[in-house]
Design a protein around this ligand. Sequence first.
Ligand SMILES: [Zn+2]
Length: 1009
Amino acid sequence: MGNFELICEVPTDFGATYTKYKSTKSGLTVVLSDIEAPLVNGYFVLATESFDDFGCPHTLEHLVFLGSEQFPYKGVLDSLANRAIAQGTNAWTDVDHTCYTITTAGSQGFLKLLPIYVDHVLYPTLTESGYYTEVHHINGEGEDAGVVYSEMQGCQNSSSDRLHLRMKRILYPETCGYRSETGGLMERLRELSVEKIRDYHKAYYRPDNLCLIITGKVDPADLMKALEPVEENILSKGPLPPMQRPWVSTGDFPNLTKNIEETVLFADEDESMGTVLIAWNGPKCHEYFTMKALEVLNLYLTDSPVSVLQKEFVEIEDPLCTEIEFDSTDHLKTTLMLTASNVPIEEIDEFPAQLFETLQRLVEANDIDMERMKMVIEKEILKVNDSAETDAHETAAAICISDFLYGSEDGEDLKKAVKDKEYLAQLIDLTVSDWINLLKTWYLDQFHVVLLGKPSAEFAEQMTEEENQRIEKQREDLGEKKLEELHDALEKAMAANDVPVPNEILDNFVIPSVSTIKFIDVQSAQNNSKSIKNAVQEHINRDNSADIPFFIQFDHIKSAFIKLTAHISASSIPSHLLPYTRIFLKSIFSLPVERDGMTLTYEEVVKGLSEDTLEYDSGLGTSSGFRELAVFSIKVEASKYKKAIKWLQDILWHTQFTAERLKIVANQILNDIPQSKRDGHSMTIACMRIIQYDATKSVSASRNVLFQTAFLTNLLQTLENDPNSVVKELNIYRDALCNPANIRLHVAGDILKLEEPRTSFKDFSVYKNNGPLAPITLAQDVLSAAGISPGETGVIINLPSIENSFSMHSTKGPSKFDDPDIAPLLIMIELLDTMEGIFWKLIRGQGLAYSCFLDSDVEAGEISFSIYKSPDASKAFEQAKFVIDQLTTKKMEIELSAVDGAKSAVIYSMVSRENTMDRAALQSFANQVLKHMPASYNRSLLTAIQATKVEDLYRVLDKYFVSLFDPKTSNHVVVSTSAKVPEIQKSFSSLGFNLKSTTLNDIAGDASS
Ligand SMILES: [Zn+2]
């Protein structure tokens, strides 16, 4: 294997073998995880340690993408990645490592890109001009800007970031890198320099501190061949000074020596709900068995509505929180954490004491329900099998990253890190007192940190005030002349960054043929079908001892599990009952059930479900849309197929609504609302839906969180005064929804192994459906007047809890799934959106927004453009409008080499949609049943994408994108931090878009009145 020496070969419980190599010459580590799948993933990891808050690890991560020694062009890596059949590259910075990622369809493109990517990581250009635009600068208006700066502005003051930073400051000493904000604090970023980042790169970005983790189907010999030029280049640079391994000597620290409790404020005008974070010192990360035991104990305490802590704190009439969960860091010495979200502010001070009392009570009473504990462990074993099927890549990455950072160099720790099933099997033997001891040792006998996160309107105001004053002073100090110079400096930096990539670099990177990609095969059959002919259909037809008058599609895949899903058309629910949708779906799996003449309590139902199933869920829509369908799913081991059917039947028809359960669930939903209102992007979507959908027709629109406060507050009152009327209405709701004519069933799994795939449904026949199936309601069927013909509608929402602005702009798009415009439209969107594509360069590259993206929603017949985290959304919008003008008038040309890259990126996104067994089965159902398209729909679209010509792109540009930026044919929502509202409103108006200024409460009130 050339320079590479085999360190170890480790078979795992996760359906893959991990093979680790190390170069004897360069010190580079490579881990290959052999996974049978169409996609190949790369995770390129460096141990990055930092002892300050300048954010060197994070800022460096951004700069790596701006060009390398051999490829000194900004954007070349992403353009080439697309040609490798990928969708750009990505990266993240954690407190202890930085990881660069790439996913390609097939291995050919991956191996070609690998040396180019490594050149970027090890030998980036790190230019002054790159630093200026990408990290931080002061613009001509005297405001601080830059991609990283804006990114941190968007999160540094969020409740979660403020709580976690405070926790780190208390737990970790100054000599420990875990203490630092590796993203960079805004005040430090303002003082950072490119030299400091270059020094950091020199110290940490070395081949002997780099590990290439590769997951998927890659031939090891081909991989070593691809790495030859990499090794050669590294060795040509000469030897490096010795390096101390990061973390291993600094990652340990003393335990807490006393209890600490503090309050942490965060900005929000709604002061009703807070967050509690409790932290303890944990075991060392190599104590795999203890860590697994704690993980199981944590699940036992919190995993379902009948678990101890949920029962005590969540599933009560006035919930003390809506979510409670444990987590742990995976540092050399771990930290155990408990987070309780949405704690009513009048309860928050008492919360920690109540929590510790509850834990203490368990210890005193020796109270561990061993039957439930066994269930929790058995389910964890099933989840190991499930993750081998559904996320083998991510599992491999997490384990191998941790091993690279903290594991022994001979591979011995890696061998111990992959034995989850063995540890779980041992846990079955623990006794009550073992569990109680564990609980006592880690959560009661140790000191802890309690942080109470409280929302504060005054704090929000004060922060805005201080920031305004700081900017004002900065402007004054700089003066007119200096500001002009700064403006010019930015232009210069942008010009310096934008040296075009020579065409021959792109042309030399030949796009691999699509025929090299191996798709997952799915064979479909349908109940009572005469036309389908294949082995699965024959197997279904043979199982014919009963009459089964339902629509059922069976999708055969290789899997140890069966997923049973009911897709239910909601169009027959009476209009006035639609607002019940949220509480109906949230409560339905935790209600009492009438079964065979007996009533199971809600606790028995929850326990039974967790014993029999791997997972269950209810909601609206699938991952490919269809939000007008109610979807109920149950996943079980294949041997429990009949039990899954029985549960589905019980859930749909035999649940009993009780005032007690409804009050609890209504309060939980209400308590969650303030938190969801703090999210700028999702509020933009929520407001656009209020404008474009008819809430008297649309089940999804009526569920909007912005409508729910008023509805649920009233409902709680009615539940006090006249509970029967609510129960009656919910029963009418259920009868309308769960009418068999509305139901389409989907069974995905190893169908050929099921003995009675079809007749197992015979008990369903009580609910016979005689008429035809109800049609599938699409989003386009429930639009409001403004959704049917967009134009002259726009609002700007004042949201004090955010520090920037978000927006969404919408117009008409293709509305038929076989519209020939879809292929060129997808390519055009990719060209504009793609990393280092047109919008990226001209909007993100100029600091106008952290990102922006287009979407074509065929189901709704709508095209939308979203701006995400922008200092001023109007400026980003204006720029996008300018770009579209330039393109349609051909003042800006569509480059041919970019079109090829975009096509290959779109092809990647289609492959990734069906890259695991369960996803492939879902695509099969969505195409054939929900879209009424042939099973070959995705393959035909692939062909159409490859055949698209440049003139097709100009056609869709004229047909759709012009109207997106025309006030007469588009709708607009902007959500902005308070201080910026008047300015943004004014600049939209000067562009011809009149936005009505309003608030979240008012927009919901106006729409429902
Ligand atoms: Zn970033």
